[in-house]
Design a protein around this ligand. Sequence first.
Ligand SMILES: CC(C)(COP(=O)(O)OP(=O)(O)OC[C@H]1O[C@@H](n2cnc3c(N)ncnc32)[C@H](O)[C@@H]1OP(=O)(O)O)[C@@H](O)C(=O)NCCC(=O)NCCS
Length: 154
Amino acid sequence: MTPLTIRTAQEKDAVSLSMLYPHWGIERCKKRIKNSLALDSQLRLVAELDGKVVGHIYVKIGQMHHSHIATIYSLMVKPGQRGKGIATKLVKKAIELLPRETEILLLQTQCDNTAAQELFKKLGFEEYGYLPKAFKRDGKYKDNILMYRARALS
Ligand SMILES: CC(C)(COP(=O)(O)OP(=O)(O)OC[C@H]1O[C@@H](n2cnc3c(N)ncnc32)[C@H](O)[C@@H]1OP(=O)(O)O)[C@@H](O)C(=O)NCCC(=O)NCCS
């Protein structure tokens, strides 16, 4: 067994990524990975274990007057690999790789996503707001919890 590696997502990861996010599809995964590789404002990492992609994180870096803010938009660990610290490693590596200018990290989680809330609290994030109806699928809404962390924890 090889140790877990966290690395930048490459185009060859599109199929594996589409298994983590079946609703994205392979073509959209390819496009997203390509964009992230081309843009300094995006950081897209995968966690690889024994040659297989088992996790993914996507972070967007703000521009202009928001260039000190980075937002975590996606974080996913393969169901069979959860509870082993993979998400923690992905978040920590992403923070490490963010530009020096990044001072603030933001994210949203659905209000019923206890696993994500607990994970981010453990990583030093705090709740700073609540956004009703932040998510809508098939006419049904979900509320989001807004979380914040200073990059440098005191
Ligand atoms: C949330 C998610 C990314 C966590 O991934 P993971 O690799 O299992 O997380 P870790 O093993 O690094 O867990 C770190 C901490 O998070 C918390 N945590 C993780 N899963 C949890 C769960 N099911 N219930 C409660 N707390 C949980 C715990 O505090 C845990 O620390 P511990 O193991 O010492 O108890 C994973 O469950 C997932 O992919 N969920 C679906 C997608 C998702 O919700 N993404 C987040 C969107 S904001």
